[in-house]
Ligand binder design. Structure first.
Ligand SMILES: NC(=O)c1ccc[n+]([C@@H]2O[C@H](COP(=O)([O-])OP(=O)(O)OC[C@H]3O[C@@H](n4cnc5c(N)ncnc54)[C@H](OP(=O)(O)O)[C@@H]3O)[C@@H](O)[C@H]2O)c1
Length: 248
């Protein structure tokens, strides 16, 4: 029985591995850096199977899917966690950057779900790491936010389609990882409601076991989700932009 974790070398990925390590026989740790993957194997032990793949490259995503199809592992957990973000207006992104973000954040996760489903049985889990930014449109992280909204919607539908396999969209707010820059123009950036990765993963696993299709780990972001349902998004976007404008 295995777990597949993408973005395994990132802060949230490492925490998923730590939490799932004792539950499975091996973990396919998917990453693009040989060196970082070797570091993971040293850190956690010989259950770590290094799987090198750059998920911005369609051929490498498909080759990972083919590996699943040919090895036919019994998959207990699929954790689609790899993701990238950048705060800037869409007009400042190159076409290649946009394409990479959509491939890593959405295409890879979607194809891996499809490739893994035949090898999952009742009691298996798909955890797709989305974000609280999926709850509303967010100018200046428009691409990231929209990519996570896709993942949230896709995961919830997948959960209904697949009896016995729980599919959970993990939607944290700010998490203290290397994804978040600490300073902007020499000014310390404030991240309201920021939590550590272990809180996100504990809640995600707990919520998945309860059969929930969405996991939001803190009261603060559950409240933000509630607001996104009752407040006009036009107003929410105004508030968001006024909160981040000093960093633009
Ligand atoms: N931090 C937050 O505030 C926050 C909030 C909500 C949701 N999330 C989501 O949480 C997930 C994990 O992020 P994190 O905070 O743990 O950040 P992180 O430490 O930067 O981890 C990102 C992971 O994605 C991998 N990755 C990036 N580009 C890749 C590519 N082309 N091919 C394969 N893997 C690639 C990275 O690999 P390398 O190690 O090689 O760079 C790393 O393992 C992401 O999906 C993110 O959107 C984060």
């Amino acid at each position: 029985m295995i777990a597949i974790v993408t973005g395994a070398t990132g802060d949230i990925g490492k925490e998923f591995i730590r939490k799932l390590y004792d539950e499975v026989d091996s973990i396919w740790a998917v990453g693009r850096s040989d060196e970082k993957l070797s570091g993971l194997a040293e850190l956690y032990g010989d259950k770590i199977i290094k799987v090198k793949a750059d998920l911005s490259d369609k051929e490498q995503i498909l080759s990972l899917c083919r590996k699943i199809e040919s090895e036919k592992p019994e998959i207990k957990y699929l954790v689609n966690n790899a993701g990238i973000a950048r705060m800037a207006p869409v007009s400042e992104f190159s076409l290649e950057e946009i394409s990479d973000m959509l491939d890593i954040n959405d295409k890879a996760a979607t194809l891996l779900c499809r490739a893994s489903l035949p090898f999952m049985t009742e009691g298996s889990y798909i955890l797709n790491v989305a974000s609280a930014s999926a709850f509303q449109p967010n100018p200046y992280i428009a691409l990231y936010s929209a990519s996570k909204a896709y993942l949230l919607s896709f995961t919830r539908s997948l959960n209904v389609e697949n009896d016995g396999i729980t599919c959970t969209a993990v939607c944290p707010g700010w998490v203290d990882t290397k994804m978040l820059p600490k300073k902007n123009n020499g000014k310390e950036i404030k991240y309201p409601g920021m939590v550590n990765a272990d809180i996100v993963i504990d809640a995600a696993i707990k919520d998945a076991r309860k059969g929930k299709d969405v996991s939001v780990c803190s009261f603060y972001y559950r409240y933000m989700r509630f607001l996104s349902k009752v407040m006009p998004h036009r107003l929410e976007m105004k508030l968001w932009v006024s909160g981040i404008k000093e960093y633009l």
